[in-house]
Ligand binder design. Structure first.
Ligand code: F6R
Length: 245
């Protein structure tokens, strides 16, 4: 695992964008796994800048997103579909046919999850998976206790996640209770991982991920077992690391 400590959110985002851009230039038809949340927003802005300023070409790139809420249609402003199109895809020259985001409105969720896994295999596997991390060490919607071998599936959201999400919805009844998420095992199948974290709120999770014992109680710790993982953090997120990097 390569740990790269950058000064702040901007520097973290720039370094992450350089890594993604290099992989896309090297293999124009690569398969990239994307995450939502606040952490990758600076990275996405920088990718948009590189596309506009330098013609970074996404026309052959295939994408797979980590997760999506169950019950939210793609046009809902809290859906991860909406997030990805608003914050990234609509600003790039991605080919819609190559974009994959879990379908929160799928009628048969188990069949959808199996299909999603098959699509990743058909695409030749994910070349580079971008990850954020929860303060509790979750990756995608794999909360503490998730099986480290898990595959794409439906998960019940935890009480703290429901509380944190409540502010985005008009009534408590609207807050999604379930999500479709790639499993920890699915994420580990990616050929390369790029995990980002910013802010002191992530410092315990980063310390556990880089230096703690591997445990399902901090799902991100499994990244230690990956053959090609880069962790890019800012100084605040790195503040509880004990080793020198
Ligand atoms: C998002 C995802 C989540 C986030 C994590 C951190 O697709 O899978 O695991 O990466 O919750 O979220 P932020 O970046 O908002 O702190």
């Amino acid at each position: 695992m390569l740990v790269q400590i950058t000064e702040n959110f901007e520097a973290m985002s720039k370094l992450a964008a350089e890594i993604v851009a290099e992989r896309v230039r090297r293999k124009p038809d690569c398969v990239v796994g994307f995450a939502t949340g606040s952490t990758p927003l600076g990275l996405y802005k920088e990718l948009i800048r590189l596309h506009r300023a330098e013609g970074l070409d996404f026309s052959k790139v295939t994408t797979f997103n980590l997760d999506e809420y169950v019950g939210l249609p793609p046009e809902h402003d809290q859906s991860y579909h909406y997030f990805m199109w608003e914050n990234l895809f609509k600003h790039l020259n991605v080919d819609r046919r190559f974009v994959h985001i879990p379908m929160g409105m799928a009628k048969d969720i188990d069949a959808f999850c199996a299909w999603y896994e098959e699509k990743m295999v058909e695409a030749g596997g994910i070349d580079l998976q971008i990850l954020g991390i929860g303060a509790n060490g979750h990756i995608a919607f794999n909360e503490p206790g998730s099986s480290l071998g898990s595959r794409t599936r439906i998960k019940t959201l935890t009480g703290t996640t429901l509380e944190a999400n409540a502010r985005f919805f008009k009534t408590p009844a609207e807050v999604p209770k379930y999500a479709i998420t790639m499993g920890v095992g699915t994420i580990m199948d990616a050929k390369e991982l790029l995990l980002l974290a910013s802010g002191v709120g992530k410092s315990d999770a980063i310390a556990a991920t880089c230096e703690g014992p591997i445990t399902a109680m901090w799902p991100a710790t499994i990244v230690q077992m990956h053959r090609s993982a880069t962790v890019v953090v800012d100084q605040a997120a790195a503040s509880k690391l004990k080793m020198k990097y």
